[in-house]
Structure formats: structure tokens, C-alpha cells
Design a protein around this ligand. Sequence first.
Ligand SMILES: *Cc1c(COP(=O)(O)O)cnc(C)c1O
Length: 403
Amino acid sequence: MKIKKSIYDELDVPRVINAASTKTRIGGSLIRPEAVEAMSRAAESFVRLSDLQVRAGELISEVTGAEAGYVGSGGAASMTLAAAAAIAGDDLGIMERLPDTEGIPNEIVMPKTHRNGYDHALRAAGATIVDAGNNDNYLGTGSNSTEIWELADAISENTVAIAYMQKLYSAPPLEEVIEVAHDHDIPVIVDAAAEVPPRENLSKFIDMGADMVIFSGGKAIRGPQTTGILAGKQEYIRSAALQHLDMHVAPEVWEPPTELFDKDDLAGVPRQGIGRPLKVGKEELVGLIKALELFIDEDQVQLEAEWNARTDIIEDGLTDIKGVSIERRPGGKLMVAPEVFVTIDPEEAQLDAVELVGSLRKENPRIFVGSDDLLDDAFSINSLCLTDDEAAYIVDRIQHYLC
Ligand SMILES: *Cc1c(COP(=O)(O)O)cnc(C)c1O
């Protein structure tokens, strides 16, 4: 079985068949073709980026219900902008000094159980993260044990925000965290980068009262990989914009869009801020706008039917292979789309999961499957980023090693 050639073959770089769902290191998701076309048209003329950010912000407000919205160069970049907004507010002097936070409040409290690699994006703005609570109050039961009083206890006069990593299993409940934060007059930053679909999550955390919510533009929304949505209160979006936009302006004729901020409220022009290295081009902004519009209108039922049909191909193809047991896992909970979870019996299969998954990755095209459970001799094949042909191809390749 042959698989379609790609630009990566022309460049002599091995392409990847993605059965691991939306993972940034292998290209995230496939950007919607309509968004690519819109990006190509965006490249045909100039536009003031602040005007385009206003347009994107209006759409983000509309679909999230937030007061305002902004676009950073990825979910992680939008987290850095959120942290910078929480630390600096409207203070131009602090904006100019970040990430240097000596002598100013810069602590972001996080449930210890929410700490993850992406909190580096918060620290990049100059924040210090303060852990609240324990990993595990009961020994050996998992990692969701931070209690609400422990969060409240970690808040001090140096706290500028609480950060919350949203997953279905996140604890303590976001509503309670928001209540504690607002009692102390500090905002809550919600990392919901991978939490759509369901589409309803676009507005869910804002409805609960979260002050800033982050979504990746390059995961299931299928916008450009280098976009991230920041939705939230006007005061934070204003601060984020001031610290992100290119500020190499001529002050005499500078008329920034008042939807973002009012020039008359500023003592001067805050020059290139901490967010400036996280720039978003006109093409990416247009691509995100188009992708978000399409995501909102997407027929979720039809999409799920496609994912299920693709999962059938994988399930059928891997049934009755010696040393292989499979379990179909529905989407919509911890992962977006359904997947087939494959467990290998190394004795019977005469090959273990590490060898098999490693071999698949070394092929050309490379095949990436979900590898979180390799130590249990298992891996997953997720339908989200595959075509039907690719699903059949993966089955073919796995049979090659195992039959
Ligand atoms: C993917 C992800 C991010 C980063 O989003 P990018 O758009 O890739 O920058 C941040 N936090 C979580 C929990 C994620 O899953």
C-alpha cells in the first residue's frame, strides 16, 4: 500500500503519519484548507496588525463571551502574555522592566498538581510560581489532591494571579478557585489549550468567571500552529496588547485602535515589551480568524462519524493478531477523538511495544502512535489526525512487524 507524496518528500525530510493526535512536535493539526487560502490572500497586501488584532478580538469575544480577546503566537505564548498582564497591569514602568520583577509582586499561585512543563511560559514573563498543596494526600492514588484552603493559604500580598490547568479531572473545582481568587482581588489564568472540542468549552470557563483563558489555535481548531487565543477581561487584554504589539511608533501620529487601549490614558509609548518576541503575522491572524469561524460552524456529529469509521478500520485490522489485544476507547472525554488502545504480549508477539513503536517511527514516512503507555507494553492509535487511507496504511505496517 502506497501513501500520497508530500512537500516533505520533495524536501527530503521524512513526513509523519500522525496517529498520536494533536502534538506540536509533529506539526499539531492540519490547518483547514480554507484558512490556508485566506492566509495566502493575507500575504497579498499590508494591514496594521493592531487593526487585525481588534478584528480577531471581536470574533474571540463573540465565541467565548469574554469582554475581549487577543492572539498570541501559540497557546504557550498566550500564557506568557497573560502572566505579563497579571504582573504589569497598566504600569508602563513594569512593562518596560519585565522579566525583571525585583521589588514588585510577581507570584502566581498554582495547585502543585497542576504544575507541568508549560508553566515555564508563565515564568518567562518574570513570574515566580508558588506551589499550593500536595501531590497526593493519600499516597499512591494519583495527582489531584490540592485542596481549596491550601490555595487560599498560598496567596500573599505578592500574588498577582492563580494559574489553573484545565482538564476534565482537574481539582479543586475551577468555580471554587475563582471565588477564592476574586475574594483576594486577583485574576485566574486558565490554561485550556487543548480543551476544545467540545465547542462549549470556548465559553464555559469565561462563564464561570475566569479572568483569562487560553486556547491553542493550532490544535483541534485547526488554525495556524503559531496562534493561541487569549480571551478575558478588557483590562488584561489591554495590558497584553501593550506588551505584545510592535511599538516602534512615531508618537506624534500614533493612533492605536481604541478597542485595545486609549492612547490618552498612557503617559507615553511603552516600547517593545516582553511579548514582542511572540509576534503574530498578518497571515497567521487571518488564518486563525478563518479557522475559528469554521470551527464554530463545524458539524460535530458528522465529524465524529468520520472518526468512528476510521477507528473501525484500525480496530478491524488489528483484531486476531497473535500477541495483540485491543480496546476501543471513545473520544470526547480525555481525548477528543476515539482511539484504539493496543497492548502487546512480548512473548507471544516476539516483539515488545517499545521495539514496535520505535520501528514505526524510523520508517519513511514516520508513523507516530500515542506513546504514553509504552512502559505497560501498550500504545494508542488516535483517529483525529488521520485519513482513512493512512489508518489502513498503519494497520498494514503493524501487521508487517507482527504477523
Ligand atoms: C498544547 C498545550 C499548550 C501549548 O499550546 P501551543 O499552541 O502548542 O503553544 C499549553 N498547555 C497545554 C495544557 C497544552 O496541551
